[in-house]
Design a protein around this ligand. Sequence first.
Ligand code: PSV
Ligand code: MN
Length: 425
Amino acid sequence: MKIEQNKIQDYNQKQEDHQADFQFLAERLNRRGVDVENLLEDFKALQIAIPSWALGSGGTRFGRFALGGQPGTLEEKMSDIGLIHQLTRMAGRISLHIPWDIPEDVPHIQAVAGEYGLEFDAMNSNTFQDQKDQKLSYRFGSLSHTDAAVRQQAIDHNKQVIDYGEALGSKSLTIWLADGSSHPGQSNMHKALRRTGDSIAEIYAHMPEDWSLFIEYKPFEPYFYSTVIPDWGTSYLLATETGERAYTLVDLGHHLPGTNIEQIVGVLISRGKLGGFHFNDSKYADDDITTGSIQPYQLFLIFMEIVQGLRENDQNPSIAYMIDASHNIKDPLLDLMESLDALGQAYIKAKLVDYDVLAEAQEDNDVTLSSMILQDAFQTDVRPLIREFRLRNGGLIDPLGFYRREGIREELIKIRGSETVATGL
Ligand code: PSV
Ligand code: MN
């Protein structure tokens, strides 16, 4: 769905407080030596990919609630992402999961992407579910399976995903390996890891030379005793053994409670091995809820590590950002826009930190000053700046308000009906 630009302008004109709010913030930041114009320009580069599987109503193992107007085809999914991008100007990328979203007609899919101003982000393979006509089962694993024939099937699937991605213009593959065991003694853990490394090496060899490979990790689920790639260290090990263009991907939900994720981010960047993120938030495990809704301070600290890390380590390539969330109750489009806003805020706040002054405070072991610097940035309300960014780039000052006021979900239900079910989890 595309919104007429004059509707956007009309709605923006009604946001009477915005100019005063923005002026107040801009003057305050300028007084502190922040180049606001530069910040607004720089913000354009923060484009966050939306996964094709996050636009419908997700579910839990207990069931799925209906959400009307879900996208039933890849084109409709692109239309939803196009809409989010039009309203926020922050979501110019789409990430596909195969076989949930096979691009049958590549030129057509590329043309649709072009129409909405979308580029193809990382491709995602799926060896965690058995598909209808699949010969061998992944019940006991895929890339790590004890049977070479199952491993080969999973390797071939990944190669096919690379081929689809190459045709579309994607430049990376993300592997999330569900493989693991649910019972002590079920699996020889180090042999499983060795087999996984060998399988990944074959997939890596199939990638075009300008592609990158991202390896996710996750401590549990769907298996409950062990996973083959449980943590960043194991992912880092595999990425290092695999090759220069293999990196670790950090999904914020894939950590045990209390894990210091920002430290992991800093360490990976320092070794040039941070490939990308899957953003979401959680209170307990892989809850996949709205980014920044539970631990906004952690999100800010992660972005601080990114901003500071990239300043100091040019060996790390540019980072791939994606939201990996599941929407069981909220309207996915509203929720994704909330997440984008939280990401924008964390990024801008991280940019407000004066890293030279912080470095001095750290050298002097001035602990209080260090925390004051962080708090000063974190407590700044930077929302007027993001609103101004959207306004200047043809988006909306208040995208959530517009979406609700205009009844966009109701409109989608009229067009698509209330029965469609989007592929994905
Ligand atoms: C696994 O929990 C995960 O985060 C992986 O990124 C998958 O590709 C994604 O969810 C969707 O299933
Ligand atoms: Mn993920």
